[in-house]
Design a protein around this ligand. Sequence first.
Ligand code: NAD
Length: 294
Amino acid sequence: MKVGFVGLGIMGKPMAHNVLKAGYTVIAYDRNQAPVDELVAAGAVAAASGKEVAEQADVVITMLPNSPHVRSALFDENGIAEGLSEGKAVIDMSSIAPLASREFAEKLAEQGVDFLDAPVSGGEPKAIDGTIAVMVGGEQAVFDKYEALLGAMASTVTLVGGVGAGNITKLANQMIVAVNIAAVSEAYSLAKKAGVSPENVYKAIRSGLAGSVVMDQKSQKIFDGDFTPGFRIDLHIKDLQNALDTSHGVNVSAPFTSLAMEILQSLKVNGHGSDDHSGIAEWYEMVNNFKLQG
Ligand code: NAD
């Protein structure tokens, strides 16, 4: 199976490396040439456009920031759709709006092209290790055909429903992560201002009911004031915007997501949009006029 890969950023580049390592032929394209050159040095084939990728590949994986980027990579001039033909498939692993996934699936179906939305969670370290979690929306038969390919990048690959269900699941994930980081930061702020070391609080409670993967992965960054990304605040704002739009579209009220969104928005306004989302702790420092570190 020849696998096209479009979008070789923080996540896409290591994921494409893992597909290569699993023995697939990889045809790589990104607007930015540096990651393409790196993958070619590891054995991939370079392409000069999405169209060229799709002409050479049996299946094209996209890993791009948001719905407009995926729409443009698929359907603009020299885009992926121009190089696709019947029997090929697109697997979009970006985190985008579920309604956009459905729109893309319908348009590609007119060409006889299959589509899966397959967003991921786990972040850069798990993308490098090949241990991300993939949540897939699409038809069972299409999932069965590409499950092994997705498994080359992941520790779990789960079909959660029809097209769009992968991104609904990812939005649920992003709501929980944002609110969890805010809860952890708020609790550490209480501890610090009340004279108890947040590090000790973490050690004492991490294996109890309040413990979480978020707490384990983000606490040290908060204690060090090290907010290098990781997962950028700008991208989490994008996800929560999609989560709020989708929630309101299906008549669900999401107050905690709205609060987390405003915290992230305030951080962006103050120049922190490129910080890791654990930088939510910085917002607590700003409004409470103190530092969690030291
Ligand atoms: P990124 O910004 O690092 O990478 C995006 C890449 O897409 C860039 O290399 C850019 O040059 C390329 N690109 C943009 N438009 C293009 C186009 N039209 N044609 C070709 N290339 C194009 O982003 P990322 O962190 O790798 O995230 C990608 C997706 O994965 C996002 O939807 C994000 O929400 C999701 N995600 C990220 C993480 C994380 O920790 N970074 C974790 C889980 C999911």
